[in-house]
Every structure is written in structure tokens, then in C-alpha cells.
Design a protein around this ligand. Structure first.
Ligand code: FAD
Ligand code: NAI
Length: 464
């Protein structure tokens, strides 16, 4: 340690970086974390998971009241209105509370926050602002940022990215979302619920790429019923400001006649790219792959001894919980323990209503690997979903036909984001559909649909 300032220096304080720093400190390593943003917590806490969920929750309650859904339950609200300032204030509050919480945890665990953006000077030396520090281990956890779309320049007024879409102070009359992925559907839902007409322009022939085919189709149907308009297999070729709004030119993805769409606000949500600009990776002897990511081995070690990488900046799904688990694992590996992340069992959730969740292989991918069995159970036949007036969706369990081991679980259900944890745990424990079918589930719960879908794998659900 003699000539090092720190055992561990983490670059970036998102869910990957801050968790890695806290775990390293807990393991007795002298740890610092460089972060250039004014608050800790990265994309997730500042402009991602947390503020989007604050708006999703508030807008969902608004829609339940405004649509008359609450009145049908006997909860009559005679006069109601949208107070967008209050809705936004509670978003800001949620972010403040949680980012402040990370700062508290840094202090509690004696993690030093180096304020500023870091750049490598060599493989063990980094400059942060006007301070130069040496560390025995450096973890790159710089995350990702919005992928720009050529020809559609974000001005944070009428053409917004996910960050400025969270901060709108007026409900747009017509919101056009470019990209039918997770951000487009979540933030599209927020603004649709409070009164915007929402059109989603998607390049592919279906929304939510990467998810199970049947789930994608069903989700599309549900969103259409909610009032979303979809222009699939369509590309945007131009966006021009016209007064306060925007005129978009679109054409079929395969080529064909162009048309224009007028929008009050356009949200560009076509994916995210790893953050490596400004890190001077070359000075550490590091390179990036074709997708701009830093490659690591299973331990999160890069090709340069002492330099590690985790989270959105490395390959794999760009998800906060994946980054967090990698943060714990990398700190444990640095401390000489064995930190492992099972990348085959990373759940993903779209926090719309209903929620959409999956873990493991899609039915299409599982079929390519070998013979499978599939069990499905509709939420319409689940007593709790029925009582709560949440009939949408289904649970689907995919197993290996020979061993009955669960290889994938997909669901659309009001609380799918919570239910998927059970599926992930079952898969981690190597469960078969029979194990799940013979596990007693409390009644009446949405989770019973998972048990019934598992029963359906062997052909014997009770309630359909
Ligand atoms: P980040 O959270 O991106 O953090 C990296 C940090 O590094 C940033 O704070 C950045 O300022 C800092 N940094 C970058 N370069 C430097 C440098 N040179 N020096 C110092 N600091 C630097 N995921 C989910 O799992 N669930 C969700 O519900 C969800 N919702 C999302 C909603 C939106 C709108 C967005 C945009 C993303 C959402 N995500 C969600 C994705 C999630 O935010 C990311 O997967 C997660 O934040 C990645 O964590 P990370 O630690 O790798 O990087
Ligand atoms: P995404 O990858 O989910 O979706 C982007 C969509 O844009 C895709 O459907 C793609 O086909 C489409 N697209 C790409 N180029 C296009 C073009 N030129 N024209 C029209 N469509 C085009 O990316 P998104 O929604 O931007 O989210 C970024 C990341 O953030 C995701 O990878 C996700 O993991 C993460 N995230 C996670 C959330 C969650 O876990 N609930 C919520 C929000 C974001």
C-alpha cells in the first residue's frame, strides 16, 4: 500500500460504482469513488430508474382516478385535476432522498468521494479535477448515456431525451416517441396517462426487442388498447422544428413513400451507449470493442492487471441490478474472495401497467437450444388479479423437456416486477416446474399464477 493512495478507486458512482465502493470498504479496503455529477447514484438514481418510477406511480394513480376506474370501486372523486408541479416536485424529492442516502452510506463506510471527472494518466494513476491519485485497483463504472439519432438533434425543449422527458412542465398534446423499447414505453405511459396522445415510431416490426415473442405481441395489443399508436417497421429520416413543435419525416424501414407527423414533443429513445470518452483509456493500455464497451473476463478484470470494469460500460443488459451485483462481485474478487454473477439469470422488467417481466431464455431462444415444454396461465383466471380488476396478461414457464428444469419465465401482470424475483430465485436453485408446482403459494395472490403456469408445464393446471 505504501505508495498507493487507495486500495481501490472506483470511477463512477452509479449503482455499479457506489455499490462496489461500499462493498470494498466493508471488506477493509481503503476506497475512493470519483464522480463528476453533483450528486451520487449515477443515471439510475438521478435521471433513470428512480425519477421515472416516481412519475410512473403518480401518473398511474392519476389515470385510475381520471378514467373512472376508482369510481367503479366505489371511490368517487367529484373534482380532480392534475397538479403537474406537485407531481414533478415529488419526483425531485424522491431523487434527493435517495442520492443523499448514498452520500450518507459513503460517509458511514468511509468511502472518500473525489469530486470531478476522472481520466487515466497510467494504469494505476488517475487525475480527478486537479488531484492526481494512485490506486492499486481501479474499477471503471462510468455507465452509459443516450444514443444520439443523426438528423434529430435533442434541444431539450421540443426534442427531448429521457432526461428532459422526465422534466416536462406541461403535458404535450402529441408526444412522438422514437424507439419502442423500455424507455419509450415507460415514459410514453407517463405522459399518455396524464393526457398526451402518444405515437411510437419503431424501426423493427415489433416493440420490446430481446423479449419473448409472445410477450412482445401481447404487450403491443395491450398498449394499443390503452391508446398508444404504433408505427412499426418505420424509420425517422428528419426532424424539423416548426413553431413550438416538431415535424417528423418518417418512411417504411424497408424504403417507400415518406410521410410527416406533427408533434408537440419528440422523445428520442433508441438505446444507450457506454461512457468511455474522456477517460483516456489508451493511457491505461485499454481498448474498447466494436460496440464501444470495455471487455472483461468472468471476474470483471480487464486485460490490464489491476483495472476492472462493471455495469453499463461492459457487455450485457444495461440494468441497475446487474450493475449492482457486478459491483459486489468485483469488490469481493479484489479482496481475494470469489465474486460471481450468473448472467443467465438477470431479470428484466418494464414498469408499465401491466408490468412486463422476464428472466432466462425466451421461448424462441430455448427452442433453438433443444426440446422444451411450455406452461401458460392467464391472469384473467387468477383470483387476485380478477378481484383487483387487473385481468391483463399471463405467466409462461419454459422448461427443458428432458430434465424439467426451468430455463425461462415470462410474464405480463400488474405486479410482474415483484413476481419475477421468485422465478429468478427458482432458476438460481435449479428448480423444475414440478418444484414450483408443489410449492405452497399463499391465496389469493398474483403469484399463484406462477404456480399454475408451472403446473401447466406438466399439463395439470387447476383453474383453467
Ligand atoms: P451509471 O448509473 O450510468 O453511472 C455512471 C456514473 O459515472 C455517472 O454518475 C457518471 O456521471 C459517472 N461518470 C462517467 N464518467 C465519469 C468519469 N470519467 N469520472 C467520474 N465519473 C464519471 N435500470 C433498471 O434496472 N431498472 C429501471 O427501472 C431502469 N430505469 C431506467 C430509466 C431511464 C430513463 C434510464 C435512462 C435508465 C434506466 N435504467 C433502469 C438503466 C440504469 O439506469 C442503468 O443500467 C444503471 O444506472 C447502470 O449503472 P452504472 O453504475 O453502470 O452506470
Ligand atoms: P432499448 O434498446 O430498450 O429500445 C430502443 C428501441 O429503439 C428498440 O426497439 C430499437 O429497435 C429502436 N430503434 C433503434 N434505432 C431506431 C431508429 N432509428 N428509429 C426507430 N426506432 C429505433 O433502449 P431505450 O428504451 O433507449 O433504453 C436504454 C436502456 O436503458 C435499455 O437497454 C434498458 O436496459 C435501460 N432501461 C431499463 C429500464 C428498466 O429496466 N425498466 C427502463 C428504462 C431504461
Amino acid at each position: 500500500m505504501a505508495d498507493y493512495d487507495f486500495d481501490v478507486l472506483v470511477i463512477g458512482a452509479g449503482p455499479g460504482g457506489y455499490v462496489a465502493a461500499i462493498r470494498a470498504a466493508q471488506l477493509g479496503l481503503k476506497t475512493a469513488c470519483a464522480e463528476g455529477r453533483a450528486t451520487l447514484g449515477g443515471t439510475c438514481l438521478n435521471v433513470g430508474c428512480i425519477p421515472s418510477k416516481a412519475l410512473l406511480h403518480a401518473s398511474e394513480l392519476y389515470e385510475e382516478a381520471a378514467s373512472g376506474a376508482l369510481a367503479k370501486l366505489g371511490v368517487k372523486i367529484d373534482a380532480m385535476s392534475l397538479d403537474i408541479d406537485a407531481m414533478q416536485a415529488q419526483r425531485v424529492d424522491a431523487v434527493k432522498g435517495l442520492t443523499g442516502g448514498v452520500e450518507f452510506l459513503f460517509k458511514k463506510n468511509k468511502v472518500e468521494w473525489l469530486k470531478g471527472y476522472a481520466a487515466f494518466e497510467s494504469k494505476d494513476t488517475v487525475k480527478v479535477g486537479d488531484r492526481t491519485v494512485r490506486a492499486k485497483n481501479i474499477i471503471i463504472a462510468t455507465g452509459s448515456s443516450v444514443t444520439p439519432l443523426p438528423g434529430v438533434t435533442v434541444d431539450n425543449e421540443a426534442i427531448v431525451d429521457s432526461t428532459s422527458a422526465l422534466e416536462l412542465t406541461k403535458v404535450p398534446g402529441h408526444l412522438v416517441v422514437i424507439g419502442g423499447g423500455v424507455i419509450g414505453l415507460e415514459l410514453g405511459s407517463v405522459w399518455r396517462r396524464v393526457g398526451a396522445k402518444v405515437t411510437v415510431v419503431e424501426y423493427l416490426d415489433q416493440i420490446l426487442p430481446g423479449m419473448d415473442g409472445e410477450v412482445r405481441k401481447e404487450a403491443n395489443k395491450i398498449f394499443k388498447k390503452q391508446g398508444f399508436e404504433f408505427k412499426l417497421s418505420t424509420k425517422v429520416t428528419k426532424a424539423e422544428r416548426k413553431g413550438a413543435g416538431v415535424v417528423l419525416t418518417v418512411e417504411p424501414a424497408a424504403g417507400g413513400a415518406a410521410e410527416t407527423i406533427e408533434a408537440d414533443v419528440v422523445l428520442v429513445a433508441i438505446g444507450r451507449k457506454p461512457n468511455t470518452d474522456g477517460l483516456a483509456l489508451d493511457k491505461a493500455g485499454l481498448t474498447v470493442n466494436k460496440r464501444g464497451q470495455i471487455e472483461t473476463d468472468h471476474d470483471f478484470a480487464t486485460g490490464v492487471p489491476g483495472v476492472w470494469a462493471i455495469g453499463d460500460v461492459i457487455p450485457g443488459p444495461m440494468l441497475a441490478h446487474k450493475a449492482e451485483d457486478e459491483g459486489i462481485a468485483v469488490a469481493e474478487n479484489i479482496a481475494g474472495l470469489t465474486g460471481i454473477v450468473n448472467h443467465d439469470v438477470i431479470p428484466s422488467v418494464v414498469y408499465t401497467m401491466p408490468e412486463i417481466a422476464g428472466v432466462g431464455l425466451t421461448e424462441e431462444a430455448a427452442k433453438e437450444k433443444g426440446e422444451i415444454k411450455v406452461g401458460k396461465f392467464p391472469m384473467l383466471a387468477n383470483s387476485r388479479a380478477k378481484t383487483n380488476h387487473e385481468p391483463w396478461g399471463f405467466v409462461k414457464v419454459i422448461t427443458d423437456a428432458k430434465t424439467d428444469r426451468v430455463v425461462g419465465v415470462w410474464m405480463i401482470a400488474s405486479v410482474a416486477g415483484t413476481m419475477i424475483a421468485q422465478a429468478a430465485q427458482a432458476m438460481e436453485f435449479g428448480a423444475t416446474s414440478e418444484d414450483i408446482a408443489y410449492t405452497c403459494h399463499a391465496h389469493p395472490t398474483h403469484a399463484e399464477a406462477f404456480k399454475e403456469a408451472a403446473m401447466a408445464v406438466l399439463g395439470k393446471p387447476i383453474h383453467v
